[in-house]
Design a protein around this ligand. Structure first.
Ligand code: NI
Length: 243
C-alpha cells in the first residue's frame, strides 16, 4: 500500500503529467473536454515509441518532422558510427524533448565480449554522445535484445528492450506494421521500430494518429517508467511498464 505522502506525490505527478500533456498536445485540448474536468480516473494510457539503428539523415529527419507536428516525444537508440556528420540531428532530437540512448558503435551483439570490447561499443558511443550534447543519462538497448550476465554487469545504465516488435526491417510493409502495433498496443507498451526505413517512418506516424484516437499519450521511456513510479536501475532489463 502507498503511504499518504506517496499517494499525494503520485497524484501530483499525474496531474502535472496531464497538465503538460494538455499544454503540449493539441489533440487532447478539444472544446468538449475542458482540462478542469480531468481527474486521475481519466489518466491517459501511456505508450513509448522507440527507434533503433539510426540516425539516417533522410528518414530520421522525416520522422522528427512528423513527430513535431503531432507533439509526440520518442526514444532513439543510436549507432555510434552514424553520429558523425549527424550532430545537428542528434542535437535536434535532444532539443525537441526526445530521449537518446545507445545501440552500440557498430551494431554488434554485446554478449560474449571482453570488457574492453564492450567499452569500445558502449562507452565510446556514450562519450561521443556526451561530446555532442553536453550531458549523460543515456540508456542502453543491446542489438538483437541479446543480454547476458556480462552485459548486465558492464552496462552501467538501465537496459531497455521492448514489448511490441512488428519486425519492420523484414518486409518493410507499413500497412502490416501499423496493424500489428495497433492490435498489440496496451497501456505501458514499448514499441520497437527502425527510423532508417521510409515505410517504418510512415508506419510510426500512422500508429501515432491511430493510438491518439484511442486516447494514448506518447512518452519517452524515461517518462513512461517515471509515471509508473518505477526507478530504472543500472544493469536491470526492462521490457514494458504495464500497470
Ligand atoms: Ni538494431
Amino acid at each position: 500500500m502507498l503511504s499518504r505522502g506517496r499517494k499525494y506525490r503520485a497524484a501530483a505527478a499525474l496531474v502535472l503529467l496531464l497538465l503538460i500533456a494538455w499544454a503540449a498536445a493539441p489533440w487532447v485540448a478539444t472544446a468538449s473536454v475542458p482540462a478542469a474536468a480531468w481527474t486521475v480516473a481519466e489518466t491517459p494510457k501511456l505508450i513509448a515509441l522507440t527507434f533503433d539503428d539510426g540516425p539516417r539523415r533522410s528518414t530520421t529527419t522525416a520522422l522528427l518532422d512528423g513527430l513535431a507536428e503531432r507533439g509526440v516525444k520518442a526514444t532513439f537508440f543510436l549507432i555510434g558510427k552514424q553520429l558523425e556528420d549527424n550532430e545537428d540531428l542528434i542535437r535536434r532530437m535532444d532539443a525537441e524533448g526526445h530521449q537518446i540512448g545507445i545501440h552500440t558503435y557498430d551494431h554488434v551483439s554485446l554478449t560474449g565480449l571482453s570488457k574492453a570490447d564492450f567499452d569500445a561499443q558502449v562507452a565510446v558511443t556514450r562519450q561521443k554522445l556526451m561530446d555532442i550534447l553536453g550531458h549523460d543519462g543515456f540508456l542502453l538497448r543491446p542489438p538483437y535484445g541479446a543480454v547476458d550476465d556480462a552485459v548486465r554487469k558492464n552496462a552501467g545504465c538501465p537496459i531497455i528492450l521492448w514489448s511490441i516488435d512488428p519486425e519492420d526491417w523484414g518486409d518493410q510493409n507499413a500497412a502490416r506494421e501499423i496493424e500489428h502495433v495497433v492490435a498489440n498496443a496496451k497501456d505501458g507498451s514499448i514499441i520497437l521500430l527502425h527510423d532508417i526505413f521510409s515505410p517504418s517512418v510512415e508506419a510510426a506516424l500512422a500508429i501515432v494518429d491511430r493510438l491518439h484516437a484511442q486516447g494514448y499519450l506518447f512518452v519517452t521511456v524515461e517518462e513512461l517508467f517515471a509515471a509508473r513510479h518505477i526507478t530504472l536501475e543500472a544493469g536491470k532489463v526492462y521490457r514494458d511498464a504495464y500497470p
